[in-house]
Design a protein around this ligand. Sequence first.
Ligand code: ADP
Ligand code: ASP
Ligand code: MG
Length: 404
Amino acid sequence: MKIVVLKFGGTSVGTIERIKKVSEIVKNYVKKRYSVIVVCSAMSGSTNELIKKSKEISNNFSDAEYDVLVSSGEQVSCSLIAGRLVHLGVKSRSWTAWQVPIFTENKHKFSRINQINKSNLWNYLKSGGVPIVTGFQGVNRNERITTIGRGGSDSTAIMLAKFFKADKCIIFTDVEGIFTTDPNKLKSAKKIKVISYEEMLEMASLGAKVMQPESIQDARLNKINIEVKSSFKKKSGTLITKRKNIINNKIITGISSTQSDAKVTLVGVKDKPGIAASIFKPLSKNSINVDMVVQNISANGRETDLTFTIKNEDLNKTKKIVNENKDINFKKLIFDRNVSKISIIGVGMVTTPGVTFRMFQALANQKINIQVISTSEIKISVLVDKKNIKKAISALHKEFKLDR
Ligand code: ADP
Ligand code: ASP
Ligand code: MG
């Protein structure tokens, strides 16, 4: 049996017309004698609408009920595809996660898939059927519905490919593949033919919404090659694979940016050993993820200014926690929601000196001020004023010759 997992994202099933088109794509794989497992997201916009409803009910909506609510969008799109395939004469039916079942960890909202029972889907595949499986959702050992984080249908597809040892895992989306930067933000962005898991993971974690970061971790761990392509145009896409499979002569592979960061500065913090730990401990206890950090010692050596970034949505909680923290003393708390993190990513920078300088110079030439810097082996990130995002991406794209 040649198994292929086909995943369709929200825009790909955003309208009835699109669902009809997607069903044709599925039918074509059946004609090519593949055993097809389809994974589908909710119709575009519908998950956001459900989340909005939960917020209208309560600003402290139960996590378990959140999962029941927001996973419902996937049930709609899956049944519509299955219904269309039946209409086209293809044997098909929808499967929600508990029916498969797809098991996750116990936690809600950001759970992870850890087991998929194969027998039900397997028997259905063997009978020539095309199962249409709801992405994004699972069931935990307490028999409660869970979800696996925004964009999680990507993970569902990759985990199904793992458990069924699929020949192919194809992610159909609304762009032609992975680009050097978001093609909807920069016209000169170029499609990347092949990209390593490591680079894709950085690009996704640093803001490229095209793949859920956790799904790339799953793919890397399980050595699953992923093809990302358009459900709108019949064109070759991008292959995400092992670094070994790639001959790449570019220093930088891609550029990502974030939209939802906030910067927090504690001015005049009494400088003593353990002060940073006292600030960050209660934040981490409250699941607030601190990203970039910079600390400046004042001229008198007794005080320090400490700046860090968090997700915008965590800002109010962070202000409260910092203000109520009795273990620290500071003069003023300043925050800024109008910041964006721009990152350049590429395995090529490991062996190429001078990349940091070129990045900073290119931004300086555009008079863009760098507020915070962080680096890892294969990426450099800088925090800039949000109004400079476009200018910065465009300058860096040119500097590292990504538009060629
Ligand atoms: P889907 O609904 O198919 O899961 P998403 O909206 O989650 O699709 O992801 C696709 C979007 O990701 C594109 O429309 C594009 O704007 C955005 N994107 C951001 N960075 C990139 C990139 N480097 N390459 C391709 N698309 C990107
Ligand atoms: N529908 C879910 C979301 O909007 C899952 C997904 O699209 O992959 O996040
Ligand atoms: Mg997505």
